[in-house]
Each structure stands twice: as structure tokens, then as C-alpha cells.
Ligand binder design. Structure first.
Ligand code: XIL
Length: 354
């Protein structure tokens, strides 16, 4: 976005210093998050859905008023982009791109190779290595190529490890192409858009542990081999009360490899019934996540998974949990948004020491 471009100039450090002093007193919870994020040179993003982008003014206003980038929550996934073999549907992705570009927002692309939300023809088809490689090249080439130069970063590989464990997941790609499907997809995406930052996106790694170690070993190997991997996405679907303290140190392990990192799908789900005290405590958790990103020079931003509690995947996927995003079902800002504002209101680190 335009403001992010400004973040490196000298004038902005002056503005930044002024904002860091002035905003905590002056700013209401809805004021200034895009400016504050830009001052720190990070994106504050949100996952968006196509229908409300087309038909809900309030939804659009929350996005443009509070965020600097968007991720398509579903519409760039394989089942929507290529529902039948060789038939690509660009209507949803185009809606997201057009909305973002009109509003001056960055776009994060999500996602290319994943085990979920695949069309039936792919999931149930039987493909040999040569054909599957061709299918992969075609899909990644078409999708990444269509938006070449317009997508900041792509989640090329999503959730490559098993849910709990440290083993590579036996997904369609792994089963037919072996472990090298990862390097291969990264190369194909890189050819289609040499400027885009290419990510592996994963969950359950945020607090370290065996899965984070396994991802680290994979990332190190890819970097050593010169494969175009640029970033690690920390999904960060957290449960209230269990947000890892050591998020920044886990991130630093990866930035020490020369990679960037991003919080890509942040939400903090609260068990029902939700109390005011829990929402206040949740604000501290949102604040901690944003502060952790600001503490790590290679962390490029934080994306929240859902524009409001009425558009969050949580109640459907985790029954008994709710209230996971910074806006309520009527798009009213919650304490969590103040937590984000507080984190972003601190004095930015001067670029030279970053
Ligand atoms: C979720 C969406 O939010 C839901 O609407 C959809 O039904 C399922 O997928 N990890 C990811 C995201 O990488 O794509 C998932 O999004 C949430 C978990």
C-alpha cells in the first residue's frame, strides 16, 4: 500500500514519533490502525469473503477503515478457482482484487497446495506423477500468473505437516510426487510471479515444539538448496488463555534463516458464554500477538481471520466457541481492537536498528 511505501522515508519517522506520543490519548479504537501499521512498516490484514464484499457496505467500511491488506478467506482456494478440470472461475478472486486495489490495500494470496477444499475431480481422481505435476503447474501458473505483480505474498504450501505431529502430511501431492512437491510448487509459483513473496503457511507451530522443529528443518533445507521460499506464515488460530508467550522467539528462529514471517490467520476463540472480563483479557492477547510481530524485524504483518464475529469460521468449526475477532456481530469494535491499537501505538523502532 502507498503508506507502507512511505514508511522508509525520513519524514515518516517524524510523523511516527508524533503519532506514537499523540495517538494513545487522541485515537478512539477505530481511528488510525492503517496509519499506525504503516508507521511500523507492517501490514494489518483481514480475511475477506466475497458475498459481503459485494453487498455489505458496513463490512467493506470495516475493512478499509481498519486494515491495510486482505486475504481471500476461501475464494482463491482450488475448489472455487478450478471447480472442473480446465474451467477456471475468476469471479470471486477478481472481486477481492478489485476491492483491494480500489481501496489501496495489499493482497495476500491464499492458497495454492493444500489438502482441503479441493474439487472432487482432483480429490477423487487418480493421477500418476506426470499428470499430477502437469495439473499442479497449470493451476499454479494460471492463478499466480493472472495476478502477477498484484499479490504481495502467496501461501504456496498450506499445512504441510500432520495436525499434531512432526511428519509431512500424506496429502494428494505428497502421495504422488513425494516430499519434493513442496520445492516444485515453489519454483512454479516463482516462475509465474517472480516478485511475489512465497510462503509455507502452518498452524500449531506458534509456541515452538516438534512441529515447529520439523518445519524449521524443512525451511532450512529449502533455503540451503536455493529454493524460492521467502516466508513462513504462522496461522495463529488461538484459544483464549492459551496464546503462546514465546511467539516472538519462535518467529526469530525462522527470520534467522533469512526468511520473513507473518501472522496469517489470527483469531482468539472464547468458550461460550463469553464474559466482559474475557473480552478484556482477549484484548491483552491480541496486543501480545501484534507486539510480538513488532518485536521481530522480519515480521511483515498480522492478518486477522474474519471481519467480525458474524463472519468468523469459529462457531461452525469449533462448536461452543465464539467471539474470536476484533469486531462483534454488528461490526462494533471490541476490546481486542484496542489491544491492537495499543500495540501499534508504541514508538516505532528506527529503521537503522531494525
Ligand atoms: C477456513 C475458512 O475460514 C472457512 O470459511 C472454510 O469453511 C474452511 O477454511 N486454515 C486455513 C484456512 O489455512 O484456509 C482455513 O479457512 C482455516 C484454517
Amino acid at each position: 500500500m502507498a503508506l507502507a511505501v512511505l514508511a522508509g522515508c525520513a519524514t515518516v519517522s517524524v510523523v511516527a514519533a508524533a503519532l506514537a506520543v499523540a495517538l494513545p490519548e487522541d485515537g478512539g479504537p477505530e481511528s488510525g490502525t492503517p496509519v499506525l501499521a504503516a508507521v511500523h512498516g507492517v501490514d494489518l490484514g483481514v480475511a475477506v469473503a466475497v458475498e459481503p464484499l459485494r453487498g455489505d457496505d458496513e463490512y467493506r467500511d470495516v475493512v478499509t477503515g481498519n486494515y491495510t491488506s486482505v486475504t481471500a478467506e476461501n475464494t482463491m482456494k482450488w475448489e472455487y478457482v478450478q471447480p472442473e478440470r480446465g474451467r477456471f472461475d475468476w469471479s470471486g478472486p477478481d472481486t477481492v482484487m478489485d476491492f483491494a486495489e480500489r481501496g489501496g490495500l495489499d493482497v495476500r494470496g491464499h492458497t495454492l497446495l493444500w489438502h482441503n477444499q479441493l474439487p472432487a475431480w482432483l480429490e477423487q481422481g487418480s493421477f500418476g506423477p506426470q499428470e499430477l505435476r502437469q495439473v499442479m503447474r497449470e493451476h499454479v501458473g494460471e492463478l499466480v500468473g493472472r495476478y502477477e505483480g498484484r499479490v504481495t505474498a502467496w501461501d504456496v504450501i498450506n499445512e504441510p505437516f500432520t495436525d499434531e505431529g512432526a511428519e509431512l502430511r500424506e496429502n494428494l501431492w505428497y502421495g504422488v510426487l513425494g516430499e519434493d512437491y513442496i520445492a516444485e510448487a515453489l519454483w512454479v509459483a516463482h516462475e509465474a510471479d517472480p516478485e511475489a513473496r512465497l510462503y509455507i503457511n502452518e498452524f500449531g507451530i506458534e509456541g515452538g515444539g516438534a512441529k515447529a522443529d520439523a518445519l524449521y528443518a524443512l525451511a532450512e533445507d529449502l533455503v540451503d538448496r536455493g529454493v524460492p521460499l521467502h516466508g513462513i506464515g504462522f496461522q495463529s488460530h488461538f484459544v483464549h488463555g492459551q496464546v503462546p508467550e514465546d511467539l516472538a522467539s519462535t518467529m526469530r528462529r525462522f527470520t534467522d534463516l533469512g526468511l520473513e514471517v507473518a501472522v496469517t490467520e489470527l483469531d482468539v476463540r472464547v468458550p461460550e458464554p463469553v464474559t466482559d472480563a474475557e473480552l478484556q483479557a482477549q484484548a491483552g492477547e491480541y496486543r501480545h500477538v501484534v507486539e510480538s510481530c513488532l518485536d521481530v524485524p522480519g515480521c511483515v504483518g498480522v492478518t486477522v481471520w474474519g471481519v467480525g464475529d458474524g463472519h468468523s469460521w469459529i462457531p461452525e468449526w469449533f462448536p461452543g466457541y465464539t467471539a474470536a475477532t476484533p469486531f462483534d456481530e454488528e461490526y462494533r469494535p471490541k476490546p481486542a481492537l484496542e489491544g491492537i491499537v495499543e500495540a501499534l501505538s508504541r514508538r516505532p523502532t528506527p529503521p537503522s536498528s531494525g
